[in-house]
Design a protein around this ligand. Structure first.
Ligand SMILES: *Cc1c(COP(=O)(O)O)cnc(C)c1O
Length: 362
């Protein structure tokens, strides 16, 4: 008898959201970003959902190989590239494209190419245009490009950068336009495709779509910021549902859960839901984090435990053991829950725990 918590994953929502990404950037090709196990939705499942993508992009080399084993024959891209020289023969054998963001990677590539002269490699040369994570600075970019171009087995170089504030273009610490200016200055006259936009870039700055876009969170129905998922016409791909497994009448003045963080100020009916932080629900969710019980919006009360959380049933008088609970998804946007818990939808979907049963729905 399984626990009543289930994550429903909608393949048609994945397909729909990919078509939204494409509609915003009709001339660009689209990498569907499937890192972190498809943002928690399951690698094999999202591979099917994104069958219409031009390629799949991710971070984990072992998952990239897995995609080939699962039958994905279109391009695959590793967004952080390879992590050691020994990765290269494997990537070459499986025709996996990769980012190159540092001198060490170029040196490994040169050494590899000297031996493997029949390899056909596609490099995505990354510029650090202000994010200050990975990549070559604009003034070092041309030299890196020339060095990679001299490697005989490199068949193409795509110029790539990543935005810090595509959802907040006017951010005074690093305006989007400043990153674009640096990228253009650093790549001027260089030959190759350009790849700039994540979800926020795709949805909000179509003029930057160029040759390739790299949407991630929007494909799963989460918003990257700059508007709600509904504003962008996105559909939730993941709905996390459970049931009430216990009901308590809590007298005024008594507390609920660990640390007695919530104290009833009047007699209250409280429902105990089979969902806790070991399922991926954020432990730091404060009192009042939204939850739907039998379709009625209410909120959490007290600390989230490992396997349970409590909800206020004051406004759902008919609720009882067995009542349906939606933690996030089709009727309760994941971003709304994330915002209440002080995080982002990305983190909640990625954190879905392996113990939660997954049901695939249309
Ligand atoms: C994760 C990632 C993306 C996708 O970002 P979203 O905000 O989820 O759309 C795009 N490009 C790179 C390099 C990434 O690491």
């Amino acid at each position: 008898m399984p626990r009543p918590i289930v994550a429903s994953i909608s393949i048609s929502a994945l397909q729909h959201n990919l078509s939204v990404a494409r509609a915003h950037a009709p001339k660009a090709r689209a990498w569907a970003v499937v890192k972190a196990n498809g943002y928690g939705h399951g690698l094999e499942r999202v591979m099917r959902g994104f069958a219409a993508a031009d390629g799949l992009a991710l971070i984990e080399p072992d998952y990239a190989v897995r995609l080939r084993e699962l039958g994905w024959s279109k391009p695959i891209l590793l967004l952080e590239g390879f992590f050691e020289a020994d990765d290269l023969p494997v990537l070459a054998r499986h025709d996996i494209q990769f980012a190159v963001h540092c001198e060490e990677q170029i040196a490994w590539l040169e050494a590899f190419a000297t031996d493997a002269t029949d390899a056909a490699l596609h490099v995505h040369l990354k510029m650090n245009s202000g994010m200050n994570r990975l990549g070559f600075k604009p003034d070092a970019y041309r030299a890196a490009y020339e060095r990679v171009r001299r490697i005989a087995s490199v068949r193409s170089i795509t110029m790539m950068t990543h935005f810090a504030n595509a959802d907040d273009a006017g951010n005074p610490l690093l305006p989007l336009a400043e990153q674009v200016r640096r990228f253009e200055a650093g790549t001027q006259g260089l030959e190759g495709a350009r790849s700039l936009c994540n979800s926020a870039g795709d949805l909000l700055h179509a003029e930057l779509a160029h040759d390739w876009v790299r949407p991630g969170v929007m494909l799963y129905g989460g918003t990257p910021g700059g508007g709600t998922a509904a504003d962008f016409g996105l559909r939730a791909a993941m709905t996390l549902e459970s049931r009430i497994i216990g009901v308590q009448d809590v007298p005024a003045g008594e507390a609920i859960g660990y640390g007695s963080r919530f104290v009833a100020d009047k007699p209250m009916k409280v429902g105990v839901v089979a969902c806790g932080y070991a399922d991926g629900y954020p432990r730091h969710a404060p009192n009042g984090t939204p939850v739907l019980v039998d379709g009625v919006k209410t909120g959490t009360v007290g600390r989230v435990s490992m396997d349970m959380l409590a909800v206020d049933l004051t406004d759902v008088p008919g609720a009882a053991v067995g009542s349906h609970v939606e933690l996030w998804g089709g009727k309760l946007p994941i971003d709304e829950v994330a915002f209440a818990a002080g995080t982002i939808g990305y983190e909640l979907m990625c954190a879905l725990a392996p113990r939660v049963a997954v049901r695939e729905v249309e």
